[in-house]
Design a protein around this ligand. Structure first.
Ligand SMILES: [Zn+2]
Length: 471
């Protein structure tokens, strides 16, 4: 039975007229009254975890992907995401909610992206998607033979043999590496710089094996760039199964000819915004602990893991701090950055306008999987002290602290002396979804997502009080 029919029946039974469909419930239930604050860090961790597991992280994420399922920078969906973030911050009870205006790139995919393998016996299409920032092809497409390489060195060794061809960069992510972000880091220059390198040897288009360890038919998007003085050639990602099929044919000694059609283009920049809200500090409000994620997302799926999870993490972490009755000494500021995926304009603008007040910045941009702990820019004796502070998270499997990357959006703050922390999560499944149509709400586990918010809330609360005056 359809819901509207059910409502009519219920209304008839009650003798009242049916009402319009009610708006979705606020992300903060009315009964979220604070309890007495915990007195030890162990109690704090346990309280935050318990609150998170009965909390709202998944509701917040659901609300975001419902309000703005497509939110690539410059798109109408990105504007919807900004409005959603402002509204949600107010619902949660954050103060000083502001939009920091920023101009962002506006690249559009268009409605044509097609790679046809011109097999004389049986022509067929391979799943592709344009890489972000790519120029399009002429309407009739670009038709040429494919040459395949696994590295830029191999490409340069081909030299003149690549002239007038379409280059397929087909080095897979290294499956032997435990941390898939390391495998991604090793393989992704093919995507970001492949078009430039291919153009330098006279190629006329670039195809890149999708950045995933999964073998399937789903292409994965992502940013690429051009450089001054090198021809701008179209670039697209090919599904892993499609890349394997082309590679097998080339390995058999056959010449593979393809036709690539892309209708993507770059339009003039658009005004957008970072969305910022705070829990004001009780004793040193001018000192700030930032919790960040990014609002924009690639346009293939819903950006549920990347970085809807990070947005839900930051907002829910702030809500948990309030729900636990904490009154942090320093200000805790949630920053939902715009344009992480293809420009970092939001991160750059934030760091430029908020100089010198951030003592620490935490970022979640590795998806909503089960948290393990944090990576940090801290070194030496400070690392040891931070590990002690995180010890209460160990019984929940999320107390590790490693020296390393904080995050792309908080990165510019590192140069100002801000201590950086990136939420570390299990990475095995992240690249199954990353930048693809697979990245949808159903791919996010409610409890794993909630635990990430608890980890961020704990660390933010501890750092907001650490060595700060009590009154
Ligand atoms: Zn991201």
């Amino acid at each position: 039975m359809r819901c509207s029919a059910l409502l009519l029946l219920l209304a008839a039974a009650c003798g009242s007229a049916p009402e319009a469909t009610p708006p979705p419930p606020p992300v903060v239930p009315a009964d979220a009254s604070p309890s007495p604050p915990p007195t030890t860090r162990e109690q704090l961790a346990a309280r935050l975890v318990a609150l998170a597991l009965e909390g709202r992280a998944h509701d917040i994420l659901s609300s975001l992907v419902a309000a703005a399922p497509k939110r690539l920078s410059g798109s109408p969906g990105a504007a919807d995401a900004v409005a959603w973030a402002e509204r949600t911050m107010r619902e949660i009870g954050l103060q000083s909610v502001t939009l920091q205006k920023v101009m962002v790139p506006h690249w559009v995919r268009g409605d044509t992206e097609r790679l046809s393998v011109l097999d004389p016996a049986r022509p067929y299409d391979v799943p592709v998607c344009a890489l972000g920032g790519s120029v399009g092809t002429p309407p009739e497409g670009i038709t040429a033979e494919v040459v395949m390489v696994r590295s830029f060195e191999e490409l340069r060794a081909l030299g003149a043999a690549a002239r007038g061809k379409i280059v397929l960069f087909n080095r897979p992510m290294n499956r032997a590496l435990h941390n898939t972000f390391r495998a991604y880091g090793e393989a992704v220059p093919q995507r970001t710089a492949g078009a430039v390198e291919a153009a330098k040897v006279g190629a006329i288009a670039a195809l890149v094996r999708s950045m995933t360890t999964r073998i399937d038919d789903v292409p994965h998007a992502g940013a690429m760039s051009y450089e001054e003085g090198t021809p701008r050639i179209p670039a697209a990602a090919v599904s892993t199964r499609g890349a394997d099929a082309i590679a097998a044919k080339i390995a058999s000694g056959a010449k593979v000819r393809v036709r690539l059609r892309l209708s993507c283009e770059t339009l003039p920049d658009v005004e957008s915004a970072n969305v910022i809200g705070e829990i004001p500090g009780r004793t040193v409000p001018d000192e700030v602990v930032v919790i960040g994620g990014h609002l924009d997302a690639w346009d293939q799926g819903e950006g549920a893991h990347d970085d809807g999870a990070g947005c839900a993490h930051g907002l829910e972490a702030a809500r948990l701090i309030l729900a636990a009755g904490l009154q942090p000494r320093r200000t805790i500021r949630v920053v939902l950055f715009m344009n992480e995926e293809n420009g970092l304009r939001g991160a750059t603008a934030y760091a430029a306008e908020h100089v010198g007040r951030q003592v620490a910045a935490l970022e979640s941009d590795a998806g909503g999987h089960e948290p393990r702990g944090f990576s940090t820019s801290a070194t030496g004796a400070r690392l040891g002290r931070l590990r002690d502070l995180l010890a209460p998270l160990q019984s929940f499997g999320m107390g590790t602290l490693t020296q390393g990357h904080g995050g792309a959006d908080i990165g510019p703050l590192g140069g100002q002396g801000t201590e950086l922390f990136g939420l570390s999560v299990s990475t095995h499944r992240y690249f199954d979804y990353h930048h693809s149509a697979n990245d949808v709400l159903a791919a996010v586990n409610e409890r794993e997502l909630a635990m990430g918010a608890a980890a961020l809330a704990y660390l933010a609360a501890v750092l907001a009080d650490l060595d700060a005056p009590e009154s």
